[in-house]
Design a protein around this ligand. Structure first.
Ligand code: GDD
Ligand code: MN
Length: 379
């Protein structure tokens, strides 16, 4: 494993020479080329927290003069400001790695994480920290209550954000789906003693998802408005999407894999039934045989799913009979819709038929998993 220890630690005025400070709250701010935002952020934070026992810890991976700007601001700040600067090889895990390094370079009772570009209003910090008093984790949510994600530039970003939110909630129905409307937020505060920080696998952009998925936490949300960036540009890219996919696999091979395995078995059952029917009843129209085979495999999948995939979630709002009805309705509708969707891909997008078929099957799998987790087995 990579070494996450800080290379340069600059103690702020109140921090003395202690490498670790035992303050009440460490505000961890990951920064990557944010020189234009540092001064405004520290000013607004200082005004917001007043005389509360907090320190600000920048974990900086910048390639520009951001570290110099942080040192300049730290020297005149009314609250302790520390800097962990990572260079080259040390910059493992990107944003999530930086946050993890900050968690390990601090020793406070509470850890609060926020972006350095003022999309997360510093004025909310006291509320977020006080909310964490009653629970283990306070999440500033763009989607809960009267939260607002208007600062998310572009329809594409919005779709990616809500798509990955729904997927994460479906993959972790209990630890994420039931407790958190915004597992992708980068603005939250947790009680250090409730989180096994050694188990966090820093990767990509989604550190909160790691924290949620690996623990049973008492969570409370505080709605907020995601503001526009003050200066500079977003560092999110398509690569974060790929990292997100890996992260999901690494976190919970369990349920999704079992679900996929049941689907694969169902396909084999389908083929076996069809072969058996065609052999036993030579005069049978093959389309009828295919329909019977499909229904048998749909029922087979339901039985295995109940038993092996969602056993722990069977006592939700739906009775067994209702779950079966939903399962049958959904799978039949999906089987019927897949054909026109396939034709659409081939005829209008000119996809190679086999590739189009693979796409429809892939999309169907994801949609089915989300439907089953969010509707059939919902709490
Ligand atoms: N140290 C470090 N290393 N910081 C980084 C890195 C990195 O590799 N990449 C980004 N950051 C810092 C930025 O400097 C900024 O302070 C913060 O992380 C958020 O990065 P942005 O580039 O502003 O991301 P965004 O606004 O597009 O994404 C925000 O919304 C996402 C959900 O839609 C962030 O809050 C994400 O955490 C959040 O998942
Ligand atoms: Mn941002």
């Amino acid at each position: 494993t990579a070494d996450l220890s800080p290379r340069v630690v600059v103690p702020g005025p109140g921090a003395g020479a202690r490498p670790r400070t035992a303050v009440d709250t460490t505000i961890i701010v990951p920064t990557y080329n944010e020189a234009g935002n540092v001064a405004a952020l520290v000013d607004r934070l200082a005004a917001a927290v007043g005389d509360r026992d907090v320190e600000v810890l920048f974990v900086d991976d910048s390639t520009d003069d951001t570290p110099a700007e942080i040192r300049r601001v730290a020297a005149r700040a009314p609250l302790p400001v520390r800097l962990v600067h990572r260079e080259g090889e040390e910059r493992v895990g990107g944003l999530a790695g930086a946050v993890t390094a900050g968690i390990r370079a601090s020793d406070s009772d509470f850890v609060l994480v926020m972006d350095g570009d003022l999309q997360h209003p510093p004025e909310m910090v006291p509320d977020l920290r006080e909310t964490a008093d009653d629970v283990d984790l306070a999440v500033a949510s763009r989607y809960g209550g009267d939260g607002d994600s208007s600062g998310l530039a572009g329809t594409y970003r919005r779709w990616v954000s809500s798509g990955s939110t729904v997927l994460a909630q479906a993959c972790f129905p209990r630890r994420v789906g039931r407790v958190c409307t915004d597992p992708m937020t980068g603005f939250f505060c947790f009680r250090r003693s409730a989180v096994d920080t050694g188990r966090l696998r820093p990767r990509g952009f989604k550190i909160l998802l790691e924290i949620l998925a690996r623990h049973d936490l008492r969570v409370r949300e505080v709605p907020f408005t995601f503001e526009d960036r003050l200066a500079g540009e977003s560092k999110a890219s398509w690569r974060n999407g790929v990292q997100f996919a890996y992260q999901m696999l690494g976190l919970r091979m369990g349920r999704m894999t079992r679900f996929a395995a049941v689907g694969a078995l169902g396909t084999l059952v389908n083929l076996a039934v069809m072969a058996g029917l065609v052999a036993a009843l030579p005069g049978l129209w093959y389309v009828l045989a295919a329909v019977v085979a499909a229904e048998v495999s749909i029922l087979h999948n339901f039985v295995l799913q109940e038993r092996f995939v969602f056993r722990d979630l069977r006592d939700g709002v739906n009775s067994r009979r209702r779950r079966l009805a939903q399962h049958l309705a959904f799978n039949n509708a999906e089987a019927l819709l897949r054909l026109p969707f396939l034709v659409l891909l081939v005829e209008t997008m000119h996809l190679w038929a086999l590739l189009a078929q693979a796409v429809t099957l892939g999309v169907a799998f994801v949609v089915r998993f989300i439907f089953v987790s969010r509707v059939v087995y919902r709490a």
